[in-house]
Write a protein that binds this ligand. Structure first.
Ligand code: 4NP
Length: 157
């Protein structure tokens, strides 16, 4: 299997997908998985912006600094650049299915498809919530990262 390249996609690329990218990078490093990781939004309203301050705070509380990340919008080319395009919620997945070029071989699914007992479930959007919602999002993407890294290592070994 070629080196995994994983793109995490939410709506704005300032809350959930940067957290998912950070949690995945850390989990991959811990387990010696050589993988590319990035994140994007289906929307471009926040392109060029750093993650939401609440997302930065929650990541820092868990030992990861995501301040240097910058939001960008998904592009059709991402379906050839990445082996895995993972949606944070079902609305993001529906949008990605529309954008996906015909014949794309990238794996496209919900992030939670890798989490036993959580297939079909969204990582809830914390944008209109407060810190507890951001903590929940961090917990959810960290749990998913564990299962995703395990899955990818199984494909390589
Ligand atoms: P994200 O959260 O998709 O997890 O980055 C959101 C960020 C911005 C908006 C909505 C959700 N917004 O409406 O601007």
């Amino acid at each position: 299997m070629k080196r995994p390249a994983v793109l995490f996609v939410c709506l704005g690329n300032i809350c959930r997908s940067p957290l998912a990218e950070a949690a995945f990078r850390r989990e991959a490093l811990t387990h010696g998985l050589d993988a590319i990781a990035d994140s994007a939004g289906t929307g471009g309203w926040h392109a060029g912006e750093p993650p939401d301050p609440r997302a930065r705070d929650v990541a820092l509380r868990h030992g990861v600094d995501i301040a240097s990340l910058r939001a960008r919008q998904i592009h059709r080319d991402d379906f050839t650049r990445f082996t895995h395009v993972l949606a944070l919620d079902r609305s993001n997945l529906a949008d990605l299915e529309r954008i996906r070029p015909k014949g794309s071989e990238a794996h496209l699914s919900l992030l939670n498809a890798f989490v036993p007992g959580k297939s079909g479930q969204d990582v809830l959007d914390p944008y209109y919530g407060e810190m507890p919602e951001f903590e929940t999002a961090w917990r959810d993407v960290s749990e998913a990262a564990i299962h995703l890294v395990r899955h990818l290592l199984n494909g390589i070994r």
